[in-house]
Design a protein around this ligand. Structure first.
Ligand code: 2M8
Ligand code: MG
Ligand code: MG
Length: 262
């Protein structure tokens, strides 16, 4: 068994970023040696800190919405300046395209690369240290769109022409390589686990937002955690779906209580 989980609005409370209600399950999974793979929009720097706090070290992670996959040292030593494998486009290239499109078409948006830490704090409610970690982007850029919806469609079209795509998180739109996503990353890591085990592994994915649908579709069991949005969260046929009543870490617990006998 492998567990893939989104963070904000799923394992972590949307507002307080707390995970206490899920702690008991984290202990149980850890005792059973079930890997919990953080699968998130957050950066590798943010994930490293959370892996420490959640005691999930020596486990792979999926950061920046699937655009960055990190493997533990004992899996593979990679000599590079990045925290993992980048899928799609590197941050500098994404920023370059964004700045060029804005100059050319007057699009109204602001990304993390345009603002200071105080603005990120105001947007997210993160404490300063965490806001700084969130700004250490390697493969995706969160943006806030201020323009109209017609411009937004044009923006999306131009991004596609540059092999970039948009996905929606709890607060931001995230710009990243068109091939990147939580879905392909979960599929790739599940295959790695199966290869290492010499047999297929069962996967459970838990997520609350539209950017989690690919990950939910790529797993055997999907827990759709009740979200702070009105998106329907369609999951494809063939995946075993459970939809929670509760939000965030309470919903996370509810999902595992439903799926796993203790
Ligand atoms: C951003 O991601 C969330 C995920 O749903 C969002 O779009 O609202 C990222 O920038 C992440 O790095 C950051 O920690 C988070 C904080 O709310 O926001
Ligand atoms: Mg979420
Ligand atoms: Mg997320």
């Amino acid at each position: 068994l492998v567990v893939f989980t989104d963070l904000d609005g799923s394992l972590l409370d949307h507002h307080s970023y707390d995970w206490q209600p899920a702690q008991e399950w984290l202990n149980t999974l850890s005792a059973a040696k079930v890997p919990v793979v953080l699968t998130t929009s957050k950066t590798a720097a943010e994930v490293a800190e959370l892996q420490r706090k959640l005691e999930l070290t020596e486990v792979p992670f999926i950061a920046e919405n699937g655009a960055l996959i990190g493997l533990p040292d004992r899996w593979q030593k990679h000599e590079s300046s990045t925290s993992g494998h980048i899928i799609g486009a590197a941050y500098e290239d994404i920023r370059h395209v964004l700045v060029a499109l804005r100059q050319r078409y007057d699009f109204e948006f602001r990304g993390f690369g345009d603002v200071n830490a105080q603005q990120v704090i105001d947007w997210t409610g993160l404490p300063l240290e965490n806001a700084k970690l969130a700004m250490q982007r390697e493969a995706s850029e969160p943006i806030i769109w201020f323009g109209n919806s017609l411009d937004f469609s044009r923006f999306e079209k131009y991004l596609h022409q540059e092999k970039l795509a948009l996905t929606r998180g709890g607060r931001f739109w995230h710009v990243m390589g068109a091939d990147a996503g939580k879905g392909p990353a979960v599929k790739w890591l599940s295959d790695c686990y199966a290869e290492r085990a010499g047999k297929p592994v069962v996967s459970i994915a838990l997520g609350d937002g539209p950017n989690d649908i690919g990950m939910l579709n790529a797993s055997d069991y999907a827990v759709v955690i009740r979200g702070h949005h009105d998106h329907k969260m369609p999951v494809k046929e063939g995946v075993n779906v459970f939809r929670t009543e509760q939000y965030g870490p309470e919903g996370w617990k509810e999902g595992l209580d439903h799926l796993i006998d203790r």
